[in-house]
Design a protein around this ligand. Structure first.
Ligand code: ADP
Length: 452
């Protein structure tokens, strides 16, 4: 199990959580600045309005009227916790007010400032507006900021607690997220460890799940099936090669041994040598076909692909196969629609068609009709080689492209079970599609080749 620090899932989930938290933080800051700013602006407006009223009272009713008005404000039981009033005579002596200590900056007039004062004997930071009248007397109107600061502190504390809780939740959520996903990954890991330990039949238990992990697990299972099949094929191929080599080699050896007997004639020696050469040629043929398949599967010949019309290739084939068909009492018919063009390896395509025609000739029997049909649509060229012979039994249809596979009933015919393997390898080299179907009766081989 990867440590939390190295876990990509944990880091992603945590990153997402932190991003979320950051956005909440930004929203909260805007909210905080908006709320606190609004409160402060409201308080300022109120101070300015009261100061303005008192100035008007002074203009209207003189010092006595102002004194009376301030007295009324101080005793009206409104805003008792926050109101600040101070009236000083021209000599700076307090006439009325609830400030017990103050320090007013000289020259500051009609401007709102924050100042440290004592209000009713208690230290206070207050917002003050100082107005100096023409006769030298001074009016101070203000507001204790204690409550406002208290509110701001409360909001900040709430935001800090919320942020800390959010952070905790983000970390816990990321850990939970990771443990959930880790459990899903562990199922896959256990299976792949088992497979690498040699248990190639082990598969990941997917159940009915349809999520991304189930998709990956199914892909891996499919891949393991393919690997198993390939290994079976490889095993099968090497067994068959060993077997197919041993029999003819044994025969060659027997013939040569017999020819070397003291009583054998020069004719017998010649016959044995010819026999050995024929058998060895057949073996070389098998190896050549195996090499052709390997070359097609390696994909190197893709570099030789060219765009070419199929018709000349078909004409050449007809020239070659028509006489053979007539000699065997078979009918060979070619039907080409339009002028099909493919991007392919010309020799390989000719080889594939020759293999299919050989098979049709070999297995369909005399009197059979063999059709070679070619047509083209927007994206693909469709080639069909069809005969009306005995065809291939349904249970063998899926296996005839395996190397060395032959239907038992065909063993009387010469062959080595590599022709259709070459066809399949060449079609897949061209990223095409090969279909083998029952033509009822006979075999229908369809090849779809991309045109670009
Ligand atoms: P080979 O012909 O050398 O045996 P192929 O790979 O070409 O090998 O064919 C594999 C097997 O498929 C053949 O042995 C035969 O049993 C069967 N087969 C192929 N083509 C036909 C056909 N046209 N009709 C009937 N059976 C066929």
């Amino acid at each position: 199990m990867t440590s939390l620090r190295h876990s990509l899932i944990f880091r992603l989930a945590l990153g997402y959580g932190l991003l979320f938290l950051l956005s909440i933080g930004v929203i909260s800051s805007v909210f905080y600045i908006g709320t606190a700013g609004l409160l402060a602006r409201d308080a300022d407006k109120q101070i300015v309005a009261i100061a303005h009223q008192l100035e008007q009272t002074h203009d209207r009713s003189g010092d006595a009227g102002l004194l009376q008005a301030v007295h009324t404000l101080l005793t009206d039981d409104k805003d008792v916790e926050t109101e600040v009033y101070l009236l000083l005579d021209p000599h700076g002596n307090k006439e009325i007010g609830n400030l017990t200590s103050w320090r007013l900056l000289p020259g500051v007039n009609d401007v709102l400032t924050n100042a440290k004062v004592q209000r009713l004997g208690r230290d206070s930071t207050s917002r003050l507006l100082v107005h100096r009248f023409g006769d030298g007397s001074t009016l101070v109107v203000g507001r204790d900021l204690y409550e406002q600061h208290q509110l701001e502190r409360t909001i900040l504390t709430a935001l800090a607690i919320g942020g800390a809780l959010g952070l905790l939740l983000a970390v816990l959520g990321a850990a939970l997220f990771r443990s959930q996903l880790q459990a899903r990954i562990a199922v896959i890991q256990h299976a792949t460890h088992d497979v690498s330990a040699g248990n190639l039949n082990r598969r990941i238990d997917v159940g009915e799940a349809q999520d991304e992990f189930a998709g990956i697990a199914r892909d891996i299972n499919r891949m393991l099936d393919d690997i198993n099949r390939l290994m079976d094929t490889a095993r099968n191929v090497s067994n068959t090669i060993a077997h197919d080599l041993r029999t003819p080699l044994g025969r060659i050896r027997g013939a040569l041994e017999e020819a070397l007997q003291p009583l054998s004639s020069p004719d017998g020696l010649q016959r044995a040598a010819h026999y050995a050469i024929d058998e060895i040629d057949t073996l070389i043929g098998v190896f050549e076909k195996l090499l052709q398949i390997a070359e097609a599967e390696s994909g190197v010949r893709r570099q030789l692909f060219e765009l070419f019309p199929l018709r000349p290739v078909l004409d050449d084939l007809m020239e070659l196969y028509q006489p053979a068909a007539e000699a065997r009492g078979m009918r060979l018919r070619v039907e080409v629609e339009g002028a099909p063009i493919v991007r392919a390896d010309r020799d390989l395509i000719a080889n594939v068609l020759a293999n299919l025609l050989d098979n049709a000739f070999k297995y369909a029997g005399s009197g059979a009709l063999v059709r070679l049909i070619v047509r083209q649509d927007d994206k693909r060229v469709h080639i069909v080689v069809e005969d009306d012979g005995p065809g291939i039994p349904a249970d063998a249809l899926g296996r005839v492209t395996e190397r060395f596979f032959r239907v038992d009933s065909s063993r009387s015919q010469r062959g080595n079970g590599l022709g259709l393997s070459i066809v399949a390898a060449v079609v897949s080299l061209h990223r095409g599609e090969l279909r083998l179907e029952d033509a009822q009766p006979g075999l229908k081989v369809s090849i779809f080749l991309p045109t670009t």
